[in-house]
Write a protein that binds this ligand. Sequence first.
Ligand code: ADP
Ligand code: NI
Length: 217
Amino acid sequence: MQKEDILAETAAYVQQLLTGEGSGHDWWHIFRVWNNAKNIAAGEQANLFVVELAALLHDIGDHKFHNGDESVGPRMAREWLQKYDLEGDLIEHICQIIQDLSYKGAGTSSSMHTLEGRIVQDADRLDAIGAIGIARTFAYGGHKNREIYDPAIAPVMHDSFEAYKNSTAPTINHFYEKLLLLKDRMHTETARQLAQQRHAYMEAFLEQFYAEWNGNR
Ligand code: ADP
Ligand code: NI
């Protein structure tokens, strides 16, 4: 089967799985990450087929929706890709990217081992910041029944993945724990450039948010 046909079938499969998802991990998130990834890859010498498949499949079995089980995503991706006659290490590579992709908290470092993985991680992280990132973050917080903000609760940085994952802090906390840190954790020049503006937008948002909260604007 042609690569384009495999990509089209994979996109249709993911679209059918994630359409209507209400926490910001819906099909359109995947679609944007796919586009970001292609855009970033255009400036790199990467295997585009691996980049595109990993971008498409990266959230199909996210641990946040499978009781914290991180093996579901890579397993679902492997089962899907085994339908095709692909070289063995290509499937392994894609599953490894999916496994390593997730943000594990402010105190942890990323373990992306290949250029293709770094591109997909940048693409996913671009969709976590800026205006879209803000929208997704509050959508996720609502999905988890979190308050948006509580002035009596100071921002916290959880120092393990376990604590980060189980945090019940108000949604604003996510800016300090993740979103504002991402611009300095981009791997590629293209993503670093795009992240600058999105980052500035989030800072302006927070300033306006607190000003309104205090009745000053
Ligand atoms: P990653 O793909 O890096 O693991 P996640 O899937 O955990 O990222 O998060 C993607 C987006 O979902 C975040 O950028 C944010 O918008 C939202 N999100 C995840 N966890 C939280 C949280 N604890 N509070 C608010 N939003 C969250
Ligand atoms: Ni994602």
